[in-house]
Design a protein around this ligand. Structure first.
Ligand code: JD2
Length: 262
């Protein structure tokens, strides 16, 4: 997979990717990550990339000429993987579904802004789409680009190294993960759920499935609602696991033998 990043801080992208699982993927030639300096598109000696906004107001805006030039330079010399996405708070919400989409591509490119933003003509005529990593405001697109790169590349077969953990993880089926424990069996007086040390794999699987549902109901009820609430087998599982109170808190009527959400 090839990913090209346009940024005023290529060393941010380089530094992070050297020091993470991305570094391994790059060394193994599974990932071809190229960071390009937007200032290489500037035409003056000072390498200017920003100017004051038309109409007035605080701060600076990235100019279209150097950004178009930087992208066109790379396109004509080494080719550019498309689609090219601009990272911006107003972009399409980036989530695990978008990560899976991008992981299926041979490559893509990211454009990072800084300052108060980027000239609108970049969004209208240079890029193919816009992405946002969440409803908060960063100072620039670099941290968002790294989030996108890490979430996507770990889905690329053989980058992660452990295929099973990708399908078993959070959001694989729209739910949160069950709690994990390792040695010691007792730490500062805090134990590990007995079932995990029982050696009964079917029992462990039922406990984990129930924990997944309990956690998601309690922490992210929106995720449970998005998949249409709990199914009848899931309600039965929670009843079997003694989670009557959780069910009741989330509107599942467990009085009658049938159980329905009110
Ligand atoms: C960025 C800024 C707009 C005021 C370039 C912010 C982002 N989820 C996200 N939050 N913030 C960003 C982001 C990305 C690029 C830039 N700013 C600062 N933008 C209004 C300030 C400048 C994403 N993706």
């Amino acid at each position: 997979m090839r990913i090209d990043v346009f940024t005023l801080f290529p060393e941010l992208i380089e530094g992070f990717s050297r020091a993470s699982l991305l570094g391994r993927a790059r060394e193994a030639a599974l990932l071809d990550l190229r960071a390009h300096d937007l200032r290489d598109g500037a035409s003056d000696a000072r390498r200017t990339v920003d100017d004051a906004p038309f109409g007035g107001g605080a701060g600076m805006v990235l100019m279209p000429e150097p950004l178009f030039a930087a992208v066109e330079q790379v396109t004509s010399t080494e080719g550019l993987p498309r689609p090219l996405f601009f990272l911006t708070p107003g972009g399409r919400p980036f989530d695990q579904g978008v990560a899976r989409e991008l992981a299926g591509l041979e490559g893509f490119s990211l454009l990072c802004g800084r300052y108060e933003g980027v000239d609108q003509r970049v969004g209208d005529h240079l890029v193919d789409g816009e992405l946002s990593i969440g409803d908060f405001v960063l100072a620039g697109g670099e941290a968002a680009a790294l989030v996108v790169i890490e979430a996507v590349t770990r889905l690329v077969p053989s980058v992660l190294g452990n295929e099973a953990s990708v399908t078993e993880e959070s959001f694989a089926d729209g739910l949160l993960e069950y709690p994990q424990y390792t040695r010691p069996a007792e730490f500062r007086g805090w134990g590990v759920p007995e079932v995990l040390r029982s050696g009964d794999h079917a029992k462990v699987a039922r406990w984990r499935a129930a924990q997944t549902l309990v956690r998601t109901l309690e922490r992210r009820p929106d995720l449970v609602a998005a998949r249409g609430g709990l199914g009848p087998e899931e309600v039965l599982l929670l009843l079997e696991q003694g989670e009557v109170e959780v069910l009741a808190r989330h509107g599942y009527d467990v009085e009658s033998g049938k159980s329905r959400q009110s």
